[in-house]
Structure formats: C-alpha cells, structure tokens
Write a protein that binds this ligand. Structure first.
Ligand code: GDP
Length: 421
C-alpha cells in the first residue's frame, strides 16, 4: 500500500451531517479498522448478547475518541483503496479547522462534501465549499447523506443536489467537476456497494469516486520553506526550532537563514521521530539545530530557507481576498490579524484596489469604497511587523492566509505579489 499515490482528503460539511460516520464507514469498508479494535468489539458484542460484529461498534469507538477530545477523532485516520493511500486531514468542527485549512496546516488535495439529505445546504456547508474553492481544491465529491432518513427518495435527493449546485455556482466552482452520490453512512448505501435502496441511481459509489480522483500534483521544485512552530532548548544539543517542511529539502551541512529574524548558519543535525536523519522532505515534521543560533534569535512565525534563496519578507504585498463573514463593511485602514503559515501579524489593508467578479475573475469595480461579506477583492496590505510570505503562484504553500477578527475567520486570501523590505 505504501507505493500507492498519497491523497490528503478533507471531509467537509455542516456539523452533524455525518462526516465522522462516513469516515468510520470508509475505514470499515476498506478494512482499515485495526484488527484489535474489531476483535475487541466482537467480544463486547457477544458479551452483550447483541450477536455478531456491527458497524455501529466501530462508530462507538470513534465517538469515544471524540469524547476524549481534541486532536484525534477523524483527523489523521488513514485508509487505502485500490488506487490511493488516503489520509483524512484535520476535522471540521475543531475550532481552528477553517484557519488550519487556509494556513496550510491541513492542506488537502481533494474533498468529500457531506450534505444530509434531510437538512440540505447549511451555513457550514457554504463556508467549507467557499474555502475549498479558495484553496484550489477543484474536484469535489458530494455525498448526499442520510438517504435512509428520507426513505431513499429521488425527489429529495435531486432537491439537495440543486441547492448544492446553486452554491457551487456562487463560488464559481466548475459544476462539471463535482460528483453527487446518494449515501447512507450509517447503513452503508453506495459507499462500497451499489445500493438496492436507490435503484434510480446508477452512478459511482463513494469508493469508486475516490478511486477515480486525479492524482495530486507532484511536489514543486520550490526551495526549502520551513515555517517555525516552536523553538526549544534541549540540553546537550542547544537551540532546536521545530516545524513542518512545506517545500524543498533540508540536509545537514546546508546553509540556512531564518526570516524575518534575519539570522542564519549551518544545519548541524536534523531529527525526525526521535531519530537523527541526514535529510528531510516536504511533509516531514522536524526538529533541527543550526550552528550559532540561540533561543532568542528566532521565533514562531519565522520561515527557514536556503541562504542563497532566502524567504521573502514583505514591506507590503498585494493579495486577492474573499470576505467570508463580517458584521459590517471593510474599508481601507482596517487592521485585523493575518494568519499565514505559523505567523500571526496585525496587518493594515492599505487600499482596496478592485472588486473582483468571482465567477469570471475579472475586475467588477476599480477602487471601491468598501467590501462586505461575499465580496472578492484585490487589496494592498502592510504588515505592522515583518512577515515572511511568498506569492502564491510561486510557492502556494506560503502564499495563503486567513484574516481573523473578533474570534472568527472574516476572510481568506492568496498573495499575488510581495514588495520586499
Ligand atoms: P459530523 O458532525 O458531521 O461528523 O456528524 P456525525 O458523523 O457525528 O453524525 C451525526 C449524527 O448523524 C450521528 O448521530 C450519526 O449517527 C448520524 N448519522 C450519520 N450518518 C447517518 C446516516 O447516513 N443516516 C442516519 N440515519 N444517521 C446518520
């Protein structure tokens, strides 16, 4: 299974529409529930006289994990199909899901949107579709779930499809690239097997649709970019910055620099999973040590890169943003907190240069006085403290950001160009 191509899959949708249940169902159907979990549940089921192993027991287990809290539940669950090795990235419902999705902490290649047949498009359905579009996910598999609750009614199914198509149109999502499947995560209809309950549907099952996804683009040949998450002091080693390599590779002996702190040196050691390695690649979480760098020289939000291709530091930058939710209007001078990779910096929107028609990408209005929820715009931004960013066209991993204010994500955007310090 290791040599199958890898896919990071986001399972998105409104709360309670069945995302976790669908993930559990996928794990179960692809025989990726660990043997000991199945054994344990078989035994429990027999003890309780419930007879035989049931899918519900897998779900109980997931529910328990959820109660235990934070990071586990469906995040980082893995399963493989005939074609791919899938990792479920992050978990909607987690407080920081939206931010993580934007800042790259949970970069997804493709997404499954779960919409409950008895509830239709809801606010989070909208928000997540919006985001997946902004983030460049362009293939969407839509599971119209809980079909059992509407007696597998084709009319109800079609109505939900229409609502979703309407939403896709709003965000200029190519409707031809969305697939719709009537499912019941609970009963297993059209997940692995074509269901007898939906004789009117002759399309793919969810697993078939997952197998048919295009392969993710290969990693770029961009230079090393490693946003720093934390900086530790470890006895015997010294200062150890940690973070995930977004692009490029890091080798011991490399000459690196941290921006915007503007210090650098030679990489002495790299550690991954508590072992020393000579080299690390995109996706690797590493701790490393750089000759001559002390704990107070660098900080979270710095980006490490090669000394001869250093990370860019923005004096100002141009960006395209989409306003997701803002109680009033956004005007020039607005200074919320921008979250980009591991950095959080207050930035001023110096000017709103153009309003963009999201369906064509063309300028709809030059120099508008304000923008509001639902608007897309080109803006010029001035960070109030040095901030390392890259144009999204060059290094997309370092080119997107979330704008947070009043405890919520008010907008998301991509960097068009950087005017360096
Ligand atoms: P999430 O918040 O989107 O992850 O939703 P969950 O997976 O936790 O599901 C919410 C509730 O809906 C739970 O009580 C599930 O048992 C139930 N549920 C999920 N999928 C289905 C389904 O296909 N049919 C029915 N009847 N209930 C479902």
């Amino acid at each position: 299974s290791e040599d199958k191509p890898h896919q990071n899959l986001a399972v998105i949708g409104h709360v309670d529409h069945g995302k976790s249940t669908m993930v559990g169902r996928l794990l179960y159907e692809t025989e990726n529930v660990p043997e000991h979990v199945i054994e344990q549940h078989k035994e429990e089921a027999e003890e309780k006289g419930k007879g035989g192993f049931e899918f519900a027991y897998v779900m109980d287990n997931l529910a328990e994990e959820r109660e235990r809290g934070v990071t586990i539940d469906i995040a980082h669950k893995e399963f493989d199909t005939d074609e791919y090795y899938f990792t479920i990235v992050d978990c909607p419902g987690h407080r920081d899901f939206v931010k993580n999705m934007i800042t790259g902490a949970s970069q997804a290649d493709n997404a499954v949107l779960v919409v409950a047949a008895d509830d239709g498009v809801q606010p989070q359905t909208q928000e997540h579709v919006f985001l997946s579009k902004t983030l460049g996910i362009d293939e969407l598999i839509v599971a119209v779930n809980k079909m059992d609750l509407v007696d597998y009614d084709e009319t109800d199914y079609n109505q939900v499809i229409e609502e979703v198509k309407q939403l896709l149109k709003q965000v200029a999502f190519d409707g031809d690239k969305a697939k719709f499947i009537p499912t019941s995560a609970f009963e297993g209809d059209n997940v692995a097997e074509h269901s007898d309950n939906t004789p009117w549907y002759d399309g793919e099952t969810l697993l078939e649709a997952l197998n048919a996804l295009p392969e993710p683009a290969p990693p770029t040949d961009a230079p090393l970019r490693l946003p720093i998450q934390d900086v530790y002091t470890i006895s015997g080693i010294g200062t150890v910055p940690v973070g995930r390599i977004e692009t490029g590779t890091m080798n011991t002996g490399d000459d690196v620099v941290f921006q915007p702190s503007d210090v650098g040196g030679e990489v002495k050691t790299i550690e991954m999973h508590h072992e020393e390695v000579p080299k690390a690649e995109p996706g690797d979480n590493v701790g490393f040590n750089v000759r001559g760098i002390g704990k107070d020289d660098i900080r979270r939000g710095d980006v490490c890169g090669p000394a001869d291709e250093p990370p860019s530091v923005a004096e100002t930058f141009e960006a395209q943003i989409v306003v997701m939710q803002h109680p009033s209007v956004i005007t020039a001078g607005y200074t919320p907190v921008f979250h980009a990779h591991t950095a959080q910096v207050a930035c001023t929107i110096e000017s709103i240069d153009a309003k963009i028609d999201p369906s064509t990408g063309e300028v709809a209005e030059e120099d508008p006085d304000f923008i509001q929820s639902g608007d897309a715009a080109k803006v010029t931004v001035r960070p109030q403290k040095p901030l390392s960013l890259e144009p999204s066209s060059e290094i997309s991993e370092l080119g997107s950001f979330a704008i947070r204010d009043m405890g919520q994500t008010v907008a998301a955007g991509q960097v068009l160009s950087v005017n360096e310090r």
